[in-house]
Write a protein that binds this ligand. Structure first.
Ligand SMILES: NC(=O)C1=CN([C@@H]2O[C@H](COP(=O)(O)OP(=O)(O)OC[C@H]3O[C@@H](n4cnc5c(N)ncnc54)[C@H](OP(=O)(O)O)[C@@H]3O)[C@@H](O)[C@H]2O)C=CC1
Ligand SMILES: N[C@@H](CC(=O)OP(=O)(O)O)C(=O)O
Length: 356
């Protein structure tokens, strides 16, 4: 993290700085050496006055009511839909580029929904000041599908996710840990269910978000909508079952993809291995599939168990593992960087190194 005196460096406001995603964005700003002239950390009134480390110094978190959007170049919202929906327009009206992590604007046709390596070019088409980042599950999926589509075409995607508690933020992690401790001490103990119902400890729950009348969950619905929109394939046949598992951090997914033509496994492995943010775990002899605990580099998408189906050479399976927080946070910073290439609203430049 670099605080610089340079007036050309941006003034950043990070709303939701105390949350799971906000803290990860702060971490990445530091690791990538993003330059800024000032950064304000904002959270709910519960956190106001709390100290948070920024670039080796301690900084006081302010409440959203006291946030100063005037003269901000970049406002990052790492908050839930209600907070983002209410406050992001105000920050944009003050002239800042707003990058929002929530679902509040992802289906708004006037707001770009971006995963920059796939559709960052769309930034130029939108005059507004708000840009939406995709959900934590969507980002890795579209990064892979984009290149598979270009090579073979994609006809169908069927995904089952295994999502970590940190997808539900800090409180989700605390509830899983507390519930696990209680259950270990007493298998009959009543477990907390504020975030996850039924309780998540030692349990597998196929309901991420809330369940809709048609039987889908909001998470599944969002994944389908976002994937189609970002890939610009409005009729793509995508189906998902999203499942919460008792893992602290790192989502996994089993994905079946049916391509437009026959796929040779060697070509598929070669294509996946050539992608900049992907690691293929396909050594000979096999070293085992990636898992959230063992996959390695948290900024990469880990792919294993690559199988072309024997009865249908157009169909194949992938097993994905990725750090939901790092992948989503990196996407937000990449959006901010993409925006700097579009002069009208992004008035100053972010650091040079925040890209991979
Ligand atoms: N977790 C993930 O894997 C991903 C999350 N997202 C999205 O990012 C957003 C944040 O998620 P996450 O970090 O997990 O959630 P957390 O619950 O961990 O963090 C929420 C943040 O919002 C702040 N906040 C809550 N209420 C207010 C308020 N009234 N005014 C100001 N700030 C407020 C909290 O502050 P305080 O600490 O004071 O309560 C906290 O900083 C969500 O929209 C989520 O859908 C997107 C991709 C991945
Ligand atoms: N909802 C995801 C996290 C995420 O990506 O959030 P969003 O709802 O903004 O897509 C989860 O619970 O794991």
């Amino acid at each position: 993290m670099k605080r610089v005196r340079d007036h050309a460096a941006p003034r950043i406001v990070l709303v939701g700085a105390t949350g799971a995603l906000g803290a990860t964005v702060l971490e990445l700003i530091g690791e990538l050496g993003v330059r800024y002239r000032d950064i304000q950390l904002v959270a709910s009134p519960r956190s106001a006055g709390r100290a948070a480390p920024v670039g080796g110094r301690s900084q006081t978190v302010v409440s959203l009511d006291d946030a100063d959007f005037a003269d901000a170049d970049l406002v990052l919202f790492c908050t839930g839909e209600a907070v983002s929906g209410r406050w992001a327009p105000a920050a944009a009206a003050a002239g800042a580029l707003v990058v929002d992590s929530s679902g509040a604007f992802r289906t708004d046709p006037d707001t770009p929904l971006l995963v920059p390596p796939v559709n960052g070019h769309l930034m130029e088409r939108y005059p507004g000041g708000i840009v939406a980042g995709a959900g934590g599950l969507t980002v890795p999926l579209v990064l892979l599908l984009h290149d598979i589509e270009r090579r073979w075409g994609v006809r169908q995607v069927v995904l089952s996710s295994y999502q970590a508690a940190s997808g539900r933020g800090h409180q989700g992690v605390e509830e899983l840990l507390e519930g696990s401790e209680l259950a270990l001490r007493d298998p009959d103990a009543e477990l907390p269910t504020d975030c996850f119902r039924p309780a998540q400890a030692f349990n597998v729950v196929p309901a991420v978000g809330s369940l809709l009348e048609n039987g889908s969950s909001t998470e599944e619905q969002h994944l389908v909508q976002e994937t189609r929109r970002i890939l610009d394939l409005p009729h793509l046949n995508v189906a998902a079952t999203c499942v919460r598992v008792p893992v602290v951090q790192g989502h996994s997914a089993a994905v079946y993809i049916e391509a437009g033509g026959p796929v040779v496994r060697r070509d598929l492995v070669e294509l996946l291995a050539s992608l900049p943010r992907v690691v293929v775990h396909d050594s000979e002899p096999p070293s085992g599939p990636p898992t959230p605990l063992t996959a390695g580099d948290p900024d990469l998408i880990h792919v294993g168990r690559i199988r072309v189906t024997p009865h249908n050479p157009r169909g194949f399976w992938l097993w994905l593992v990725f750090d939901n927080l790092r992948v989503a946070a990196l996407n937000l910073l990449q959006i901010a960087q993409t925006a700097q290439a579009r002069p009208p609203r992004a008035r100053t430049r972010l650091g040079e190194s925040a890209h991979r």
